[in-house]
Ligand binder design. Sequence first.
Ligand code: ADP
Ligand code: MG
Length: 313
Amino acid sequence: MGKRIVIALGGNALGNTLPEQMIAVKETARAIADLIEDGNDVVIAHGNGPQVGMLQKAMAELTRSDPEKYIPCPLSVCVAMSQGYIGYDLQNALREELLDRGIQKGVSTVLTQVEVDPKDPAFAHPTKPIGAFMTKEEADKLVAERGYEVMEDAGRGYRRVVASPLPQSIVEIESIRDMVEAGLVVVACGGGGIPVFRTEGHHLKGAAAVIDKDFASCVLAEQLNADALIILTAVEKVAIRFGQPDQEWLSELTPAQAEQYIAEGHFAPGSMLPKVQAAVRFAKSAPGRTALITLLDKARDGIAGKTGTAIHQ
Ligand code: ADP
Ligand code: MG
């Protein structure tokens, strides 16, 4: 029996530049096509760090070149652009890989807005540095003119910092669900989603924030009633005492065991911690749900129980 699987792609699935991404998506498409060939319904979410950084930089250059004509591009718009660009490459690579295997299946990207809470404490403490390094003068100007928050980043200059609030709900969830039920392969929640919050009436306003893609993927998997959440990254398994001589790779964990290791500080904030937190939350959300953390090219073996770190009740 096929499963409904939400895949969260990490940075290594997409590369850092345009040519790197063109090459990386071919291997990514093979890993995803393996799961589709095995009869699973697949929904793909992904990160966007390098891509949104590139777009932000390009848009900032445009403003610098002609400030009268081009206002600074809102971060939410840059995230939307990155979803379009990455979705385009993924759609293309997957289409080709599936047709090469004789599989007739549509692949579509949904520009996805994800609601955040304007009262999320993250807004009072922006922690995520984004975009180019600036001089103190450039930074002061942006603070005065745009109300941006900036931070000195490890002696390398000033950078804008934005909040990383938790995802609350996925605005386009019904469209995504309908497309999955119609048998399409869907790319959604790219870069954690375009962060928006509710204002008056039905208006949604873009937020100057970035949502963690691992947390957004967890909400997507929950709201789609998925059987599995697979977080594909640069390590085959999660470790305790990571990088130390007595490091130990983990194969299977209950949510309680994983929470214990989180409390003991085994997972690095900003990299492995959000993955394990997202995996625990998904595994706890209903019985029978499994979260798996493994390497991109181990997805098929992982779902067959042969490798990776699985978390389930
Ligand atoms: P992604 O782009 O897939 O989100 P990240 O770099 O954010 O990747 O997170 C994955 C990285 O987390 C791994 O490559 C590894 O170096 C690091 N990491 C930190 N702590 C651990 C741990 N306890 N076990 C395994 N990997 C860890
Ligand atoms: Mg990451």
